[in-house]
Design a protein around this ligand. Structure first.
Ligand code: EPZ
Length: 419
């Protein structure tokens, strides 16, 4: 397991660019199964989760080539419809292949991805939506067998605007006869990106970004070339790192509205934030005041994925910051590492009270999950002295060479590869 060695306490300075969105490219890779042709995807980030998704595509029978951030998928020979448990467990969001394989091959068998570091991660909304579209689904001991049956479009009302369930329903609905309307759909930018990809492929999808998405199924699909949006959570991580370490950083390749809730928080606590057309210029001198309250919500609310890096920042803000994590019941696993570094945090169920301290101190910490690991890295960059962040395989799932990006803006951070 690789580790990162960080010598903290340095202000940041420089320019960093944001890679393509992990949470966009994963459902888009699943969608390449639909067109029985060639899909060329640009701005594809080099991440462990992307590698896992490509392994699933290859297992299903697609031919996949990757070159300089461009992935080409030829899905003409996709025939394999049972995805092994090991592959499903490699990446929690592999459940997103269910809707696409069902739509194309009319049948899919896979294993419930199970929980992850963030908690239970149920897929009941995915299953109930596909059943409502006519899929015949049997579940036995974690394995799921899904047959197309007579897929017909209809209204699907989600009890929670689940990102994954919205995406799976969109993908399955492209194979349904008639119109499917997803009510209370997730509104994340990654949903809009998936819609734009599907429309570029010839599908009839509209409404993404609002709470109601309409898919008119069984349109002829064709080859597609598409560029994925930038990763808003990576952008948020660089913003929090700069606010925490101090200095001035320009973050390129950003869609500013995708990080507007964070921009407003940072501006409100004393950072200088200049928002350009496709960049954010952020600087921080002197101390920051505490964050009154941060409630994680479905988009356009504050994103749960940005909560851990923001909490690392809050640990050095003057006063008490209040966090309420409303999305995942296991998303405070980074708190232990922050406390080890000297943060003063009290957990009360969904609420985290962060009492700002003057200084964090370097020490050995562990990445517990993807965004919690990012929080460890930026806290180590701000801490006095040396830190060692272990289990960075979690971080490599969603950040492309995090040590290279952070070094580029002045951090003293090196990867030690454990052989
Ligand atoms: C997506 O996960 C993202 N992953 C997550 O990012 C992100 O945190 C999450 O959306 C929320 O924005 C990808 O896009 C690959 P959900 P997803 O379904 O789809 C409950 C990261 O760090 N729920 O919107 O799994 C669920 O338990 C990752 O990049 C059900 O109860 O999120 C959770 O409490 C982490 N039943 C809430 O909904 C279901 O069938 C939100 O889950 C599905 C979800």
């Amino acid at each position: 397991m690789d580790t990162l060695i960080v010598n903290g306490g340095r202000a940041l300075d420089g320019i960093v660019s944001v890679h393509g969105s992990k949470n966009s490219v994963l459902p888009i890779l699943a969608a390449t199964i639909l067109n029985s042709g060639t899909s060329v995807i640009h701005n594809c980030p080099k991440l462990r989760d992307v590698d896992a998704a490509i392994e699933i595509l290859k297992y299903i029978g697609c031919r996949v080539t990757c070159e300089d951030g461009c992935v080409t998928v030829d899905s003409r020979s996709a025939t394999n419809l049972d995805i092994p448990d090991k592959m499903m467990r490699e990446m929690r969001s592999s459940v997103i292949f269910m809707g696409a394989v069902l739509a194309r091959l009319r049948r899919v068998s896979l294993f419930a991805p199970g929980g992850c570091e963030l908690g239970a991660r149920p897929i009941d909304l995915h299953i109930s939506s596909l059943k409502a579209l006519g899929a015949l689904i049997t579940e036995e001991g974690g394995s799921i067998d899904c047959r197309a049956g007579n897929l017909r479009g209809r209204d699907i009302v989600l009890s929670f605007p689940s990102v994954g369930a919205t995406e799976n329903t969109m993908l399955a609905a492209t194979a349904c006869t008639g119109r499917t309307r997803i009510v209370n759909a997730a509104r994340e930018p990654e949903i809009v990106d998936l819609q734009n990809f599907l429309v570029s492929m010839g599908a009839d999808v509209s409404g993404a970004g609002s709470s109601t998405i309409i898919i008119n199924g069984r349109k002829p699909l064709h080859d597609v070339e598409y560029t994925v949006i930038p990763d808003r959570i990576c952008a948020a991580t660089f913003m929090c790192a700069t606010a925490l370490c101090g200095g001035r950083v320009r973050i390129d390749n950003v869609i500013p509205e995708h990080v507007s809730t964070l921009t407003s928080i940072l501006d409100g606590i004393g950072c200088r934030v200049k928002v350009g057309k496709d960049y954010i210029d952020i600087s921080r001198e002197g101390s920051l005041s505490a964050i009154r309250s941060v409630r994680t919500m479905p988009y356009p609310g504050f994103p749960t994925d940005a909560q851990p890096p923001l909490m690392a920042l809050a640990s050095k803000c003057k006063g008490t910051s209040v966090f309420v994590e409303n999305i995942f019941d296991g998303r405070y696993r980074h708190v232990g590492g922050l406390i080890r570094m000297g943060a003063d945090i009290k957990l009360e169920g969904k609420v985290a009270l962060v009492y700002g301290v003057k200084q964090l101190f370097g020490c050995p910490v562990e990445a517990t999950d993807l965004r919690g690991g990012a929080a460890m890295v930026i806290a180590a960059m701000a801490a006095e002295g040396k830190s060692e962040v272990s289990h960075i395989e979690h971080i490599d799932r969603g950040y492309e060479n995090i040590e290279k990006s952070m070094s580029r803006i002045g951090a003293d951070i090196k990867r030690v590869i454990q052989v």
